[in-house]
Design a binder for this molecule. Structure first.
Ligand code: FMN
Length: 203
């Protein structure tokens, strides 16, 4: 079985025993988890743009596609992003070869507020993360960054909301992470489905 086939069809060794789904979902949903251990292996433009392509096929209200992706993939670009990522996140995210700010337009083309832009940007990020997993890549979203600084440094107009910085790259050696972060380097679990799903109405 090819690597890609295995990622899609089999629960990976590190996820086995950590994550159990209640129903027979595709292993890809369990195999995606947010590592903090990134190797310095470069991501090809082909793979980077495959991930971004998947993201932009997400559904959106009125097909407005409000998401925007600002990418750092060179040393120079990453050093700008490193200026607005917070200290805790930078401790691990500085190794990631690609960083992506996910933003979305708060306004529709006719100037009306777009009440769905955050929902839509979330769908794009989820698609990005799943496509990355399928390519053997890891993603880790960060809300911990200075949005004012990011807006200034990246030239992002006021009508865009900044949601997250995504670290993208190949999983690396967790023993190189600071001790406290190493302990958190395992796939986490989820609340039982019956705490989150309501048939008919919330009781
Ligand atoms: C919008 C968003 C913001 C997040 N912010 C951070 C962050 O600042 N730092 C961090 O280490 N992880 C961050 N995370 C990662 C979450 O903690 C992680 O996705 C969650 O614990 C579920 O784990 P999993 O992604 O491995 O399944 C963020 C995730 C999302 C979706």
């Amino acid at each position: 079985m090819s690597n890609v086939q295995a990622i899609i069809n089999e629960i990976s060794a590190e996820v086995q025993g950590q994550r159990n789904s209640e129903y027979p979902i595709s292993p890809i949903f369990l195999n995606r988890w947010s590592t903090r251990a990134f190797s310095n292996r470069e991501v090809s433009d082909q793979d980077l743009y495959t991930v971004l392509d998947a993201a932009h096929w997400a559904p959106s209200a009125f097909n407005d596609q409000p998401w925007r992706f600002i990418v750092a993939k060179t040393e120079e670009q990453r050093s700008v992003f490193h200026q607005f990522i917070n200290e805790f996140n930078l401790a691990w995210a500085s190794s990631a070869p690609v960083l992506i700010v996910v933003a979305s337009d708060k306004l529709r083309e006719n100037g009306d507020p777009n009440g769905a832009h955050t929902f839509d940007a979330g769908a794009a990020w989820a698609s990005m993360a799943i496509q990355a997993t399928m390519l053997g890549l890891s993603t880790h979203a960060m809300g911990g960054f200075d949005r004012i600084k990011a807006r200034q440094l990246l030239n992002i107009p006021d009508n865009f909301e900044l949601h997250a910085v995504i670290a993208l790259g190949y999983q690396g050696d967790k023993s190189l992470l600071p001790e406290a972060i190493q302990q958190r380097e395992v796939p986490n679990a989820r609340r039982p489905l019956n705490e989150l799903v309501f048939e008919g109405k919330i009781e």
